[in-house]
Design a protein around this ligand. Structure first.
Ligand code: ADP
Ligand code: ADP
Length: 225
């Protein structure tokens, strides 16, 4: 996996200082949980990494190279959102192949790669279904397969389990951790669930009102908000 350095990231919305000089040095293949209450700046930070918005100050550096100027589609970043965000009119396999299609990959390769990704998330038999025919957990696996299909350097998970019930959430935490380990992809998991952060992450970054309060292995995290 590639290293990811957030170097002094600051984001203002008018008078709101949403992210305040956050520096995070993330190792290749590491899973970092970004933990904190609603409004602490987690989503803003993810958007800046993905390139959906430009930061007020600071740099995003992947594998030693600043990517600040690049639009989202030129960044090697895969994202999974809380609400799956699958395309409802496309089959599961077409959803997974979407990013490959957009990059001009030929049909046969799209099909074989989509199948490989669906096998990885244990849905190899459901490629021809429509998203609405799948359960929430299955849809979230498809979203993960889609994010990984373009072989990104960085994986961003934005509260990916929040919409799932408790049992499914625990299954998915284990499953996502397995896949992340297997692929060795550098990953940021945004969550406001402290247990989830502590059980899944190599290191936990605790944000409070836009500031980085702690950045440590789970065993050393104290009193997260
Ligand atoms: P989190 O994801 O941790 O809930 P956000 O990044 O969404 O936090 O928000 C951080 C702060 O920035 C909050 O105070 C929020 O109200 C504010 N904020 C987020 N997006 C906008 C926006 N588009 N315009 C103005 N303020 C925003
Ligand atoms: P999340 O649940 O991921 O933290 P939010 O519910 O905070 O996301 O934000 C949802 C949307 O509303 C985002 O587009 C965010 O930028 C926007 N938003 C959040 N806070 C504000 C705000 N104070 N003013 C304007 N837009 C905001």
């Amino acid at each position: 996996g590639q290293t990811l350095l957030l170097d002094g990231i600051t984001q203002r919305y008018g008078n709101t200082l949403a992210v305040d000089d956050v520096t995070l040095d993330i190792k290749g293949g590491e899973l970092v949980a970004l933990l904190g209450p609603s409004g602490c700046g987690k989503t803003t930070l993810l958007r800046i990494i993905a390139g959906f918005m430009a930061q007020t100050k600071g740099h995003v550096i992947v594998g030693g190279e600043a990517i600040d100027g690049l639009p989202p589609n030129r960044r090697s970043v895969g994202i999974v959102f809380q609400n799956y965000a699958l395309f409802p009119h496309m089959t599961v396999a077409e959803n997974v192949a979407y990013g490959l299609d957009a990059r001009g990959v030929d049909r046969a390769t799209q099909r074989s790669e989509a199948q490989r990704m669906l096998d990885l998330v244990k849905l190899g038999h459901l490629g021809d279904r429509m998203p609405r025919q799948l359960s929430g957990g299955q849809q979230q696996r498809v979203a993960l397969a889609r994010a990984l299909a373009v072989n990104p350097s960085i994986l961003l998970l934005d509260e990916p389990f929040a919409a799932l019930d408790k049992n499914l959430r625990l299954d998915m935490q284990i499953e996502v951790k397995r896949i992340q380990r297997l692929s060795g992809i550098t990953t940021i998991l945004v969550t406001h669930d402290q247990e989830e952060a502590l059980s899944m992450a190599d290191r936990v970054a605790v944000l409070s009102q836009g500031r980085l309060e702690q950045f440590s292995p789970p065993t050393e995290i104290y009193d997260a908000p």
